[in-house]
Ligand binder design. Structure first.
Ligand code: HEM
Ligand SMILES: [Ca+2]
Length: 191
């Protein structure tokens, strides 16, 4: 909880999305912190390692404006995280990393037909494809991995991705909740 309180309330929502992964709260996310964050929410070693490499190698440079040479420790600077945005996204984060409620509602208006407050696996696929801008291959991969990982980690027992789950990934509170649940379930196992 102390960790959460340390988050500046002026932080934009995209900064909150990633702050969970800044394990020591110094404003910079190193690959080993991304790895630890993925492990803390219950991901396996393989996904956590691949994600840490791709995310940090992919985003580090974009968050270090004006720096000519890559820092080989691949730090991600949270204050510039909005510069790591890619194309073919939902537009729920604006270019400054703020949350745009109308864009969030639009996802469910357009794609949630089976249930108004959740996406089925098929509806999620249509939504991901619907976001694609022509020839924006890097954006396609970015969007596909974000949404598929979210679905695999956070769908409910009926295979639905609930609206409230999607809402809580945007401000990162989903990660806090998953980490708490993981700690509680491993405590129970050891009792
Ligand atoms: C399990 C972990 C994670 C999941 C499930 C996840 C999921 C998502 C989702 C669903 C979006 C919204 C995309 C959209 O609106 O179309 C998003 C956006 C984003 N995420 Fe994550 N994320 C995770 C971890 C991370 C980490 C560790 C970082 C970087 C340190 C990161 C950086 C971003 C950025 C920069 C965006 C904005 C992309 C854009 O709007 O163009 N995410 N993520
Ligand atoms: Ca850190």
């Amino acid at each position: 909880m102390a960790e959460f309180e340390a988050i500046d309330s002026d932080q934009n929502v995209l900064q909150k999305h990633v702050a969970f992964f800044d394990r020591n709260n110094d404003g910079v996310i190193y690959p080993w912190e991304t790895f630890q964050g993925f492990r803390a929410i219950g991901s396996g070693i393989l996904l956590s390692s691949v994600a840490a490499i791709f995310i940090n190698v992919g985003l580090s440079g974009k968050t270090r404006p004006g720096k000519k040479f890559p820092n080989l420790l691949f730090p991600i600077h949270i204050k510039n995280i909005n510069m790591a945005k890619h194309g073919s996204d939902s537009g729920v984060y604006d270019t400054n990393g703020r949350f745009v409620p109308s864009k969030f509602e639009e996802i469910f208006h357009k794609y949630a037909h089976t249930n108004s407050d959740a996406l089925t696996a098929d509806e999620l696929d249509k939504f991901i494809k619907g976001n694609r801008e022509p020839k924006d291959y890097a954006g396609w991969i970015g969007g596909l991995s974000e949404w598929k990982i979210l679905y695999s980690l956070a769908k409910d027992k009926n295979g639905l991705l609930k609206k409230e789950t999607v809402r809580s990934v945007y401000d990162g509170s989903l990660f806090e909740k998953m980490a708490e649940e993981k700690t509680n379930s491993s405590k129970k196992k050891n009792m």
